[in-house]
Design a binder for this molecule. Sequence first.
Ligand code: FES
Length: 144
Amino acid sequence: MALYSEKVMDHFRNPRNVGVIEDADGVGEVGNAKCGDIMKIYLKIENDVIVDVKFETFGCGSAIASSSMATELIKGKPVSEALALTNKAVVEALDGLPAHKLHCSVLAEEAIKSALKDYYDKNGIEYDRSQFPDCESCGHCGEE
Ligand code: FES
């Protein structure tokens, strides 16, 4: 069996929603200390709906495919759905990732959460802080 699914290859070769939103309502940037990859997500939000999303990823192919798929999954969706997006859902939508590449999809989940947190903070919207674990308590950086 091929190491990467056709969906991963497709999103890696033709990533959707690459770029920057200049007047974004929320921006999130996360990195993985171990591999050094960085992902940045820009959100445009109107009436509690993600009307546009763009990403910049400086990282491996799986990180690019994960960001591309994650942006597709949240585009046009309510903020609450974007907040509930898990890396598992991203992996499933990509028809799987090799075990040592699962952390790349975690980066996509975290970048979206970080952008949503930025949106909440900028707009003074109350939120449940437990939905955004701080760096120390997450432990993803050390994951393979
Ligand atoms: Fe670290 Fe892909 S190898 S994000």
